[in-house]
Ligand binder design. Sequence first.
Ligand code: ATP
Ligand code: MG
Length: 341
Amino acid sequence: MSPVIDPDLQQANQDAEPLPIGERLVRNACISRAQMEEALAFRARQQDDHKGALIGKTLIDMGYITHPALLDCLFHQLTRERVAYHLDRQAETIIRFTGVEKTLDGRKVLDHLDLEIPANKITAIIGISGGGKSVTLKHMVGLMKPDRGEVWVGDQPLGQLSTRELNRVRRRFSMLFQEGALFDSMNVLDNVAFPLRETTSLAESEIRRRVETCLQEVNLGGMGHKYPDELSGGMRKRAALARALVTQPEIILLDEPTAGLDPIIENAIHYLICDTFMRTRYTIVCISHAVPAIFDWCHHVIVLHRGRVLASGPSLEIRYSADPTIKQFISGDLDGPIQVI
Ligand SMILES: Nc1ncnc2c1ncn2[C@@H]1O[C@H](COP(=O)(O)OP(=O)(O)OP(=O)(O)O)[C@@H](O)[C@H]1O
Ligand SMILES: [Mg+2]
């Protein structure tokens, strides 16, 4: 597959040095330097280290910038990084599948799957429904085990680890399940606090503070007392996303974080994922049907088809792929190699 690089983007990448978001906003004339300094001073007064990282949110709260302008700026930065990634293919691999096979109910769902997830990038996994995306994600964290082949996290082969070692590896992950999987008997606050209570010894006051901050980020501020059956489908999805982000893990697996959400909230969730990445540089793997929007905010894209990798590479390469199956998937045409009706 020949790489497709926009020459303007390539030039922009060469010209630009990495900038923090606030500085980038000033350079793009989205805010004045005085406004940024005021926002920084306000942020410092908060004595809140988590909020402290969210200069963009502070600027929105102070009315200095709108949410879409910030989103544009984040996407611009991601685009630049994506081009950099294009030029440097040597990204380290954090998760590797070698010849993974899995048969479920007599059907071969993963068919000698070889796959690599680059470290410290946002990777999207796309593909038609039933192609094995969720099953793949569950293998990454050891929730499903291969019939054949091996799943590696760093240099550790999951199939050869003791339960204790596997649990240690799992702590590096958090996962948003496709179906949300909130505990019905717990309110939102306890649901989101659950992984913190299970895996840390933080004081209850600190746990509540982190949970409330996370809930505000997904637009569920003040909703901690609600139970899952009192929430809409989209609100449940956002509560589950807050639970996946609250522990600030090294590897975040998201199974369709925006499915069933209205376009504004979908945009806000994309912003949250980009912002989380910009602040932390964690590895994010995200299954999504949000095509073509997904290409705007992921570095790397893997197309999974019939339990195998059909294509894998920087998102621009996949976006403009000449492969007829990928083209049909992106365009949604009924005519093509994928026959659904
Ligand atoms: N626990 C299970 N037991 C039996 N079959 C399963 C199980 N989980 C998944 N499958 C089957 O494996 C195949 C792939 O399922 P998977 O959930 O990975 O699809 P997907 O690519 O995530 O689809 P979608 O985009 O609709 O979520 C499907 O045929 C599904 O019925
Ligand atoms: Mg799925």
